[in-house]
Design a binder for this molecule. Sequence first.
Ligand code: NAD
Ligand code: LMR
Length: 329
Amino acid sequence: MAKAPLRVAITGAAGQIGYSLLFRIANGDMLGKDQPVILQLLEVADEKPQKALKGVMMELEDCAFPLLAGVSAHSDPMTAFKDADVALLVGSRPRGPGMERKDLLEANAQIFTVQGKALDAVASRNVKVLVVGNPANTNAYIAMKSAPSLPRKNFTAMLRLDHNRAVSQIAIKLGKPVASIDKMFVWGNHSTTMYPDYRFATADGVSVRDAIHDEDWNNDVFLPTVGKRGAAIIEARGLSSAASAANAAVNHVRDWLLGTNGKWTTMGIPADGSYGIHEDIIFGFPVTTENGEYKVVEGLDMDTFSKEHIDLSLKELIEERESIKHLLS
Ligand code: NAD
Ligand code: LMR
């Protein structure tokens, strides 16, 4: 028997990321090739984005996706999030050249209080939320705090793009296929303080660290390449990453709902005290997933280098949280 459709709400649907994301979801890449979907698309009420959204909807229609069971356009989160099973919060301003992601807090934070409240009021009680809009960790925190009746654990931030970037850099360095890499992950904030930790990574079961055998490469090449990749793309394209961001969002939700089969991945999740991180923040952790739930990979050794990097990201997130405190009172 055919499955009942799942409702996926997407904000910023007429933006750059939206233009890649919607078609991937409608094609079954995110929820499975046997899972019909209804897309509930939110854009700001202005004429231009609403008109652009109509154009995107025409294109969705023209693809004749067999899994697409419905599409609707909204300018009010209270209708866009109604009964949503999955909510992808993309809509917000991207950074330009020379900006850090936290420079967007001022412009974007308010969006996530309004949308958190709307999710709280009308979404499915088990809605799975992924925040993509930057600064993603703190925006996810704002949405979570604005939705007290929903499970905290269902609010996540996207570090999957950083994870994918790290996996690709290692695969290139070793001359191995991406699929051979496991146990790679990224701690912390989706910002330049993120810490891609390759100490436990394997390629075809063999230690990546041993195979590379060059700690200078880690410090001088790997960490800055992954940490500054977003800025490098803005510099090259004049626009922030879009297709790779949409792909990472698809990967994040697919793995969350359909499972990683024992493989490790990275999700920005509410800290639960694992690895001594007791602060009320959203932090990138190594996780595995099964039956729609994620679980932090426990018991990994800490060394001084890693501890220092993790502390830096933690400190930055605490500062970001302090700077938006007034929005939550
Ligand atoms: P974009 O400017 O092309 O599109 C954003 C869209 O959001 C616009 O169409 C805009 O009208 C809409 N929007 C703005 N406020 C909204 C609101 N309150 N409700 C609904 N829609 C709203 O930007 P983009 O390139 O698609 O990027 C979107 C966000 O994603 C940016 O903040 C960017 O920095 C972030 N991003 C995050 C990651 C990540 O890894 N976490 C990766 C890439 C981009
Ligand atoms: C990215 O990592 O590509 C995005 O967060 C966009 C940005 O501002 O870097």
